[in-house]
Structures are given as C-alpha cells and as structure tokens.
Design a protein around this ligand. Structure first.
Ligand SMILES: Nc1nc2c(ncn2[C@@H]2O[C@H](COP(=O)(O)OP(=O)(O)OP(=O)(O)O)[C@@H](O)[C@H]2O)c(=O)[nH]1
Length: 493
C-alpha cells in the first residue's frame, strides 16, 4: 500500500518536472519594484535574492561582515545587498535603477529596483519601459500614498498590465486582516481606473521573509493566496511584439564603392532577404538583398538584433530614417497625440520648441497640453497651461517635418520619445505616442505654411478670398467632410 502510494507520488511528479522545464525555457520575467521611500523595496529585493539563493557565497560573507547592524532576527541587513552605488549609502536613498537576477526551479527573473524618491520618477519610467509586471510596495501602516498612485499610473502608461501589490511591514500592524482588506480594496479601485485587470495583493513582511518566497501560515492563517514568488511564477511575459519590421537607421556604412549598408538595431518585427521595405520619411521602396552582422551573412533578423541591411538598389537613406516593412508601416505625419511625464523642475511649456528624440531621430517639436491626470481621482482634467514637474499629461505634438511613430501599445521602442530642452540640453519629459492626428489635421501653422482642413466648398471659397489667394503657394488644403470639420473645431476649442 505504502509502495503504491509512493509510486503514485512519483508518477505525478514527472509531468510537473516537465512543466517546470517548459516554463524555464521561456524568457525571464522582467519586473519593477516601486513605492515610496522606506516602504522596504531594498529589503524586499534583498530578501528575494537571499531566499532564492541568488546571493553568491562571497557576497553573503561580505554582507555578514558589512552589516554590523544586523536586524533583530540576527539576519543581515538585506537592503545593503542592493547598495550598488556608494553614493546611495551616503545619501541613504536609492538613486539609480539597478537590475538584479534571480531564479526558482520554474523560472528566472530580472528585477529593476527603481527609486522611490520623488525626483527620480525618470528612473522609474526607465525601469517600467521594459517590465512585464510591477510590484508596488506600500507600508501597511500608511496605505496608499500619492507616490504609490503616481508609480502605478506611470507603470500602466508604460504598458504594464500586471500588478502585484505588496502590503509590506505587516508584522508592524499585528497581521491585521482588516488593514490588508482595506488597502487592497483601495488599490484594486486605482488599478481598475488605470485599466489594469491582473492584480494580486499580498500581505507580507520583507524583513521576516513572510509571503516573499516562503509562506507565513502561522502569522496569517487567514491568507490563502500566493507568496510573491508564486505570483511571479504564474505571471505572463509580454509576447514579443509582432507588428511590422522597424529599423531606425543609426549609421550608413560605406566601406567601399561596392558596398552600402544601413546599420541599426531592429526595433520590431523581423526581416529576411527578398522582403520589400519602405524607407521613411521619403517613402522610397526597395528589397532586402543581404543582412549582415559583424562578419556573418544572416538569413533573417528579429527585434533586438544589431544588423547592417543591404538593399537591392540605390536609394537615399540617412541617419534618422526608418526602414520598415512595406505592408505594415508606422504612422507618419506632422501631428500626433501623446502622453508624457514632465521630469524637470522647469516643467513643460506650451508652444516652446523642444528637441524630440526617438531612436536615432531628432526633430523640432512644439507641445500643446490638452489634459492632466489628477492622481487623487485617476481622472484626466482639461489643462492647457504648462505642466509642472512630475505631472502626467496628454498633449498634441506638432512637428515642422514629418515624424514617424508607432502607437506605444503597438511598439514600445518606436512609440516612445524623450523631449530635450534646447537651452539646457536636459531631458525634460519622457513620452509615449498614442495616435496620429493629421487625419483630421486641424489647423497647423508655422512660418512657412498654413494647413487647413475644410469641406471642399469652404476650401474653394477661402482660397478665392483676398487674403489667401495671394499666398496660395503657402497653403495646403485638406478637403474633409462637414462632420470632420466640426470635429476639428471642437478639438481646437
Ligand atoms: N518591521 C519591518 N521593517 C521593514 C520591513 N521591510 C523593510 N523594513 C525596514 O524599513 C526600512 C526601510 O527599508 P528599505 O528596504 O531601505 O526601504 P526602501 O523602500 O528600499 O527605501 P529607499 O531605498 O530609500 O527608497 C528599513 O529600516 C527596513 O529594515 C518589514 O517587512 N517589516
């Protein structure tokens, strides 16, 4: 009987091991941790690394030596593990994004430790742009703070669709279930307002290691959910972005008369010799003759590969252009809708000319604020003035020359940009494009041109009028329906 039971156990173990192997073969899960200063992020990550045995022996020895002040459980100070930067110890706050690696039998993980201090919103956005999941920490004694709301909002804007709420320091609130329920309820409301549906809330003590890697059944018998690591093992990685081929051209390589290649890192899709491509913004068309990496000729390239592309005909391509699949092209135009986060004390001024940098492309742009996110309610409020630092806003971007973007939710590389202040050279905003506006166009005006979108009859009337007939060359008319014209006017108001 006992032997049979043993066999049964052994049998069921086999498929489990197989599953574990399959999961292990997949890409690592990338996560960010965020929260306010002192919520315990460093302690949590230190605990994750320690309990999953990601800490090497020499590091562990150094830690025991270093950590003169062991905590009251006689364990090393886990936060010290995270002290990548000397400056951090001096200032007592985390000041840069640090990436850490750990794994369980089922999966491997890359965690970006992003700082909680208000002025480092930019680093948080950096960590979030590649993450599959965000772990948001709150101190059980404090509940949700404005900083938690800000970080959850940035994470969702950056395309993260899975959140774990770590209600930390639960040992300090006597493992009170009512507190957990109140905080997780508040958080679920916030997450739903942000459009995030995959939410796991976990009561934990990073310091004591409860519900991080190991459970805490004696302290919280009422909690039946997963530990943090179990939740992470079950999370899904963002599937590789499908979409069309994108190669932002970083360099044109011309080692000799007979060879001309376009170099860059593939930012989306895949390509193989024979595929047809368009070169943007010119719109010229060619076929791929060869794909070269270092000294190898390849028969295909995918997102993330650094390649040199050789085309089958002479075309004019320069740095900042984008080579894209002919049949799945990005948006091109002068006007786009975007969301951005203001990163500098000077904020973002309406109408000021900034440099916009997207990949290898840099162009002039003006920003017109449309609305601002009110963090306390999660609602967008109309806002046409300057954005203060840390504000999250929706804007119209108006370019002098054709810009090329994918929507950020289609492609996180070709949909993202930064704004640079030409006076100071500081990066003043990070942003994501949501859509192109030039289908409606509205009224666009700069020194050279006037662009009008009007119904055909009105367009003719206007052009024959005294003012515009003399300046006909400078005017571009887009003929639109009455309804579209009405939408444009509403949009402008
Ligand atoms: N009692 C208790 N204390 C904790 C827990 N987690 C962290 N702490 C303590 O809270 C303090 C702050 O923890 P850190 O890990 O440094 O916080 P942080 O969020 O990384 O802070 P910054 O790096 O400054 O952003 C430290 O004294 C920790 O020992 C916990 O679960 N229980």
């Amino acid at each position: 009987m006992t032997a049979q039971a043993n066999t049964a156990t052994a049998n069921t173990a086999v498929p489990l091991t197989d599953t574990a192997k399959t999961i292990r073969d997949t890409r690592p899960l990338r996560l960010i941790t965020c929260g306010s200063v002192d919520d315990g992020k460093s302690t949590l990550i230190g605990r994750l690394l320690w309990d999953t045995k990601a800490v090497k022996e020499d590091q562990a020895a150094a830690l025991s030596r270093d950590s003169g002040k062991q905590n009251d459980l006689g364990l090393p100070d886990f936060a010290l593990l995270l002290d990548g930067l000397q400056a951090e110890r001096e200032q007592g706050i985390t000041i840069d994004v640090a990436y850490r690696y750990f794994s369980t039998d089922r999966r491997s993980f890359i965690v970006a430790d992003t700082p909680g201090h208000e002025q480092y919103t930019r680093n948080m956005a950096t960590g979030a742009s590649t993450a599959d999941l965000a772990v948001l920490l709150v101190d059980a004694r404090a509940g949700l703070l404005e900083q938690t709301r800000r970080h959850a909002t940035i994470a969702s804007l950056m395309g993260i669709k899975q959140f774990v709420l770590a209600v930390n320091k639960f040992d300090l609130v006597a493992y009170d279930r009512a507190i957990f329920e109140r905080i997780s309820h508040d958080f679920k409301e916030l997450a739903l307002a942000l459009g995030v549906r995959q939410i796991t809330a976990i009561p934990m003590s990073a310091l004591k290691g409860e519900n991080v890697v190991y459970g805490a059944s004696s302290a919280m018998p009422w909690y039946e959910g997963p530990t943090l690591v179990e939740a992470l093992e079950l999370a899904t990685t963002r599937s590789a972005q499908a979409g069309g081929f994108r190669l932002p051209v970083q360099r044109v390589s011309r080692p000799g008369e007979s060879f001309r290649g376009y170099q860059g890192t593939v930012a989306g899709g895949s390509i193989k010799p024979g595929d047809s491509v368009a070169i943007l913004p010119s719109g010229m068309v060619a076929n791929v003759k060869q794909i070269v990496t270092f000294d190898l000729v390849r028969n295909a390239a995918v997102a993330g590969d650094a390649i040199t592309l050789v085309l089958d005909r002479q075309v004019d391509v320069s740095r900042g252009d984008m080579i894209v699949s002919l049949d799945a092209q990005p948006m091109t135009g002068l006007n786009f809708d975007a969301q951005l986060v203001a990163l500098q004390p000077g904020g973002i001024e309406p109408g000021k000319r900034y440099w916009l940098k997207a990949g290898s492309r840099r162009q002039r742009v003006t920003v017109q604020p449309v609305s601002q996110l009110e963090l306390s309610t999660g609602k967008w409020k109309a806002h046409s003035d300057a954005f203060a630092m840390n504000a999250i806003g929706k804007v119209h971007l108006n370019f002098d020359e054709t810009a090329i973007f994918d929507a950020y939710d289609q492609n996180r590389t070709t949909g993202a940009f930064i704004l640079i202040d030409p006076d100071t050279n500081n990066t003043v905003a990070g942003g994501m494009v949501s859509a192109k506006r030039s289908d409606l166009g509205g009224l666009h005006r700069d020194a050279q041109r006037v662009l009008l979108s009007l119904p055909a009859d009105l367009a003719e009337e206007l052009l024959s009028g005294e003012v515009l007939s003399a300046r006909r060359d400078e005017v571009e008319i887009r003929r639109v329906s009455q309804q579209q014209a009405k939408d444009i006017l509403e949009d402008l108001n």
